[in-house]
Design a protein around this ligand. Structure first.
Ligand code: AMP
Ligand code: ZN
Length: 471
């Protein structure tokens, strides 16, 4: 079966074929975080969907070149650095580092490149693109000195979001808060400097100012991946205006189709509402780890539902993820024990059939629920065979090979060894209490750790903190 993805352009599943002549190289761009605070787990649902996509493409033999931008200048980062009274870069750096830590905790593969919007070469590319758009009549400088994209001159505008210009104006989808624009839908390519921006400014042919968010992605994507991409991803909230604007800007400059497949994931929700900073209904990864869950458990919980279906975040869901991983771990441990029993090279397993079923489910627009369904059905069957003594060492080895292969996509093997910061802090407080012979306090801290799901043991090498029920 061929690989098929749902394309937001056509609103239909389409067979996937990369543009590259080698038929293997896949150019993929994924919109990254705005680093004015910690990303929330809704954002990580999007990044995990993209990780699953990259890993499955690689399992199928494609060579993925992926770029994810870091938006380190916009209204929120500027406001944040001013409130903190520090330069912009100093304000955004810790959040950028925290983002990379979170990616690692969630076992998300690193992109080839994480360009920052403020890097000189990228700002130069943004300015060059804006210049070309003005030359072509696709952009203009307004009285407020900002430069806007003239959407009425770009016939394709609205194609991705599936609405036409009249609709855009009449439904009030776009707030008309920039009065100098020719049309309500026109969006800023270059924002003229004003006092609120403080020292954050770059020179341009249109006066000093800063780039708009949309042009950042167009410039960084084309600079690092070229004029045409295979796949561009994000959450559904990115479709309009962000991705619509990226198409208009990039195609306005290159005259070529910018992206072949647009893929968007549905939102992570809380009580049927989008998890978002503005609604205040969000958890950062740190919040969830502080409750005693691991990055691996969050990964599973956010990944197990098809990316185009909304997923409701609940703590019960987190516990289910923990149980599911417990079953996988136990199964892998049983297979390993069996595989070690005798040295037989004969293969009696039917692992190959299973391999196909799992991978074909993912070929079908990343149908992870079906793929996991096969996995758990396999676990049931092989456990039964192990109980009945009908699964020999060679078969166990076959199943382990299969597991190792599919785990290059799932990335779920093995316990998390990382201990969250708040747990380490409680452990240190307990060590201090013991040194001071405050036994009661030490016991209370042990109970507090236990309530969070962590066990503390005193060994000759000092105290050891482990996940309860873990290794
Ligand atoms: P932002 O920092 O808001 O630009 O978001 C970064 C990425 O996370 C984008 O791809 C968004 O579409 C995505 N995103 C934001 N909120 C959610 C959510 N609740 N569920 C899934 N993806 C989200
Ligand atoms: Zn973007």
């Amino acid at each position: 079966m061929s690989l098929r993805f749902f394309n937001t352009y056509s609103r239909a599943p389409e067979e996937f074929r990369p543009i590259a002549a080698d038929g293997r190289t896949v150019k993929m761009y994924t919109c990254g975080p705005t680093v004015y605070s910690y990303a929330h787990i809704g954002n990580f649902r999007a990044y995990l969907f993209e990780d699953l996509l990259q890993r499955h493409l690689e399992l199928r033999g494609f060579k993925v070149q992926r770029v994810m931008n870091i938006t380190d200048v916009d209204d929120k980062t500027i406001r944040g650095c001013q409130e903190a009274g520090v330069p912009l870069a100093q304000f955004t750096e810790p959040f950028t580092e925290a983002f990379f830590d979170d990616l690692a905790a969630l076992r998300i593969k690193r992109a080839d490149n994480y360009p920052r919007a403020t890097e000189e070469q990228h700002v130069a590319a943004m300015i060059a693109m804006i210049g070309t758009l003005i030359e072509r009549g696709l952009a203009y400088q307004a009285e407020d000195k900002s430069v806007y994209f003239r959407i009425k001159n770009f016939a394709e505008y609205g194609r991705l979001a599936h609405f036409n210009l009249d609709e855009l104006q009449s439904t009030g989808r776009v707030k008309n808060d920039e009065y100098e624009k020719e049309s309500v839908g026109d969006f800023a390519l270059w924002k003229a400097w004003d006092e609120a921006d403080g020292p954050v400014r770059w020179d341009s042919p249109w006066g000093s100012g800063r780039p708009g968010w949309h042009i950042e992605c167009s410039a960084m994507a084309t600079q690092l991946l070229g004029e045409q991409l295979d796949i561009h991803c994000g959450g559904v909230d990115n479709i309009f205006p962000h991705h619509e604007a990226e198409i208009a800007q990039t195609e306005g400059v290159t005259g070529k189709q910018f992206v072949r497949y647009w893929m968007h994931c549905a939102h992570l929700q809380v009580d049927a509402q989008k998890m978002s900073k503005s609604l205040g209904n969000f958890y950062t990864l740190r919040d969830v780890l502080a409750k005693g869950y691991t990055g691996r458990e969050v990964r599973y919980a956010l990944m197990r539902v098809h990316y185009r279906a909304p997923l409701n975040f609940t703590w019960e869901g987190m516990d289910e993820a923990r149980q599911a991983l417990g079953r996988i771990d136990e199964w892998v441990a049983r297979l390993r024990a069996k595989a070690a029993e005798e040295n037989v090279e004969r293969r009696t397993s039917n692992a190959e059939g299973r391999t196909e079923a799992f991978e074909e489910a993912l070929d079908d627009d990343l149908n992870i629920s079906a793929a996991l369904g096969f996995l758990f059905e396999t676990i049931r069957q092989t456990n039964r065979a192990l109980d009945g003594g009908t699964l020999d060492a060679a078969a166990a080895r076959g199943w382990l090979e299969w597991w190792n292969r599919i785990d290059t996509v799932l990335a779920l093997t093995g316990e998390d060894t990382s201990v969250p910061a708040n747990i380490t802090a409680l452990g240190e407080a307990r060590a201090q209490a013991r040194l001071a012979k405050e036994w009661r306090k030490s016991d209370e801290l042990r109970d507090e750790l236990a309530a969070l799901g962590w066990e503390i043991r005193d060994t000759k090498d000092g105290q050891k903190i482990t996940k309860r029920g873990g290794a």
